[in-house]
Design a protein around this ligand. Sequence first.
Ligand code: ADP
Ligand code: MG
Length: 590
Amino acid sequence: MNKLFEKLRGFWEKSIIYRVFIKKYKRYFIIGTLSLIAVDIINIFPPLLIKRVIDILSKEACLTKIAAISGLYIFVSIFQGACRYLWRMNFIGTSFRCDYDLRMAFFGHIETLSQKLFQKYKTGDLMSRATNDIGAVRMGVGPGLLIGLDAMFYFFVIPPIIIYLSPKLSLYTFLLMPLMPFIAYKIKDIIDKRFRDVQEQFSRISEKVQENTSGIRIVKSFNMSRQEERTLSELCKDFMGENLKLAVPQSLLGPAFEYITYTGIIILLFMGGRMVVEGVITLGTLVAFQRYISMMVWPMTAVGWALSLLQRGNASMKRIDDVMNERSEIVVKDSVVQQFIPLGKIEFRDINFRYDSQKEWILKGINLKITAGQRIAIVGPIGSGKSTLINMIPRVIPVGDQSIFIDGVDINTIDIKLLRRHIGFVPQETFLFSERIVDNLLFGAGTADSSNNAQELACMAAIETEIQELPGRYESYLGERGINLSGGQKQRITIARALAINPSIIILDDCLSSVDARVEEVIIKNILSNFKNKTLLVVTHRLPAVKDFDMIVVMKEGMIVERGTHEQLIKVNGLYTSLYTKEVLEERLG
Ligand code: ADP
Ligand code: MG
């Protein structure tokens, strides 16, 4: 017994109704349920009142009694209206609060996940969980719960009343009733399956449309427009077919129910009529009886409906939980350093790293000391591990304890937000939001004490004149609905964005590859003169641009193979020298 109870409790605590709704919004649930019960109780009475009126009328014509009953009922209806409003607000309204909570929690959680998990879940997948699935949970805890409770009430209350009115007549009707849920269940099943087919087909169409619009240039340049149109038209035709198939059971459901209900009522009138004639029941009883039977049609269908809403909600919640249970492998320590304004000394201590324990080592025995305010260039062939190494500084890639120190403090013990707050990081891939240019420029500045304005930042990144030439200048929208910038322009905006937080450490990861060599040099000079005592780390393949840096670190196959100033490295006549001469030659020729 105890075990069963425990099991039920576990089940209850896992259900979305409890987890998402009742646990947090108990008050709304109680008010909603009470007003729902009030509405239903009031609904139960009219047939009994009508019975009274008819029975009074068949004996004597007493209008005062009837007027009193009507008057009372007008008053009660107003009260019922108020209660209806209350249950709507408390159930449906709260379901939108739950929707909001889930969405915020989900989004907040995604933001904490590390890169690795974004390879596991594709963008489209995460998006459908954040929209469709959260929507399904809301339908479960709002309409699903409401309809379920409503149906349950009628189930428990109406049968005793009709049995009380006439046990014999009840027996006749009960024989007929079970057909209804059975038919409803069968048809619902078919509807559910076909509905899924429709949804899947719809996904296919959206995928195709999305691909074709974002890849429109490719489609056109390969002369594939016709072909793509044809495929899309096929998909749409199938979609129409699936919808027509769905329409069949959907249109059958209503008539089937009406048919059963009316047949039932005819049987009822026939049997009941005989009983009235025989004097077993009064006419009022028969009328009331018929009304109650019609009232049972709704809960019969509603139970199935509520169950399927709840079931869909629970299934979707599982998909949301899958993501919510993912933990970032970046460990958050309890004893973190909360106050930290680094000078910019960085030390890498014996770093070995691989992305996958099955695969080869990407970084091998890296030791590097950078004093505060130094300008460091990291160079080397593609795939030598430069990006991997510098991604570790803002903990985009996690490192073990005692591996990287900033101002002598192990970065794993620094609050991650605080750490990133002081690092101006420009990753290798450019990403800008589809917002105004100024929003992009000041993206991180909101959280930092930035005295820079957008224009100054743009000047530093040598993009000011080009922004001034745009029709909307700093207010121009970027991306799908706005203007498209060239790769080099985008790169310069991402640099300006990183500088906006007034960082102590600036890291540029090969982020000027699409900007021409002369402009790259200008930008680096600007940064050097505007951020005099800040540590600067630049990954680049344009060696002449970083020739005057304090130290050049040359990487190859995950190791530091050479380090020193330009002059020192040229003397060594090793990898650096060959990379440098190659680059100078290319620039002259190009
Ligand atoms: P670089 O910036 O010098 O071009 P990277 O640090 O980007 O080099 O890459 C070093 C090596 O690590 C490459 O062999 C690359 O294929 C591998 N690598 C980079 N990122 C990942 C990742 N997310 N998962 C697995 N391997 C990766
Ligand atoms: Mg790289």
